[in-house]
Write a protein that binds this ligand. Structure first.
Ligand SMILES: C[S@@+](CC[C@H](N)C(=O)[O-])C[C@H]1O[C@@H](n2cnc3c(N)ncnc32)[C@H](O)[C@@H]1O
Length: 272
């Protein structure tokens, strides 16, 4: 397990990320200017369909101001900031990558949201929380980096209250071998895709019942087609986070979707 997690940490190592962000964000004004969370959407929603996908998942999960939300694999914190801004709820993010957590804290200070959104370095496989602490857990484009799915979903179940919601939005295998590199893995060594059916089986076995189930593959393909037609995204974008190779990684995700190798699943489960 440590080898796999080290490989995933290496993939998201992002040396000097906060400094790169500080420089890139000068496009929006001086360092001491307050930013609006939505200004960051081009670089802080690290998943297919960007902010729209986060908004839809939050609604499906029933997030509201009274909910305590955990974002597992929170990246640079865009989904957490969106939830805090939209619903006024408290959000805790955890991520394996130290540079990502540092960047998430920096961006959250810049948007003035540190009272509602906080971030910790931790593995999804050993969440640093007591049982039954959260009402909602989100997992967006993270499971594909995790081999130990039974343990992942058991950990998420453990930290949720009974009746709590687990909302997942992830890439799934449609059978074919993916073309690498992709945004979550440069080789197959850190990519652990399951089919949608196997994902459901693993989540249910951890003590969840399905509440919403949606194949988002066609929506993801339309999004990719739109990106291909509109050319390179405006700066700053996720290239600041993942480096100059990001355009190639994203293009390969598009190829994998268009060629029917990979799909996208949205699902919401209730904790038993
Ligand atoms: C593609 S990014 C998605 C980030 C965020 N969920 C979003 O949608 O913007 C995948 C994230 O999962 C994190 N991750 C991967 N494996 C993890 C693990 N075992 N525990 C915690 N975080 C993990 C990575 O460090 C990375 O930040």
């Amino acid at each position: 397990m440590t080898d796999e997690l080290d490989g995933v940490r290496d993939h998201y190592r992002a040396t000097g990320l906060t400094e790169r962000l500080r420089a890139a964000l000068k496009a929006f004004g001086p360092d001491d200017a307050r930013l609006q969370p939505q200004q960051l959407a081009g670089l802080d929603q690290f998943h297919t369909r960007g902010l729209a996908a986060t908004a839809e998942l939050a609604e499906l999960a029933g997030v509201d101001a009274a909910k305590s939300v955990l974002d597992v694999g929170s990246g640079v914190g865009g989904p957490a900031r969106f939830l805090a801004a939209t619903y006024g709820c408290r959000v805790t993010g955890v991520d394996l990558s130290e540079p990502f957590v540092e960047a998430a804290r920096y961006l959250t200070e810049r948007t003035g949201q540190s009272a509602l959104a906080s971030f910790e370095v931790a593995s999804a496989l050993a969440l640093p929380f007591d049982g039954g602490r959260f009402d909602v857990a989100l997992l967006q484009h993270v499971a594909m980096n995790i081999a130990e799915r039974a343990r992942l979903y058991r950990e998420i179940r453990r930290v949720l209250k009974s009746g709590g919601r687990f909302a997942t939005f992830d890439i799934v295998s449609l059978g074919g071998e993916p073309l690498y590199p992709v945004p979550w893995a440069r080789t197959s060594a850190t990519s652990f895709l399951l089919s949608a059916a196997a994902t459901r089986e693993a989540v249910e076995a951890a003590g969840f019942a399905v509440r919403a189930w949606r194949d988002d593959t066609e929506a993801a393909k339309s999004w990719i087609a739109g990106l291909n037609a509109s050319g390179p995204p405006p700066s700053p974008n996720l290239g600041v986070v993942m480096g100059p190779q990001f355009a190639e990684l994203a293009a390969n995700l598009g190829r994998n979707l268009m060629q029917g190798r990979l799909g996208v699943l949205t699902a919401v489960f209730e904790a038993a």
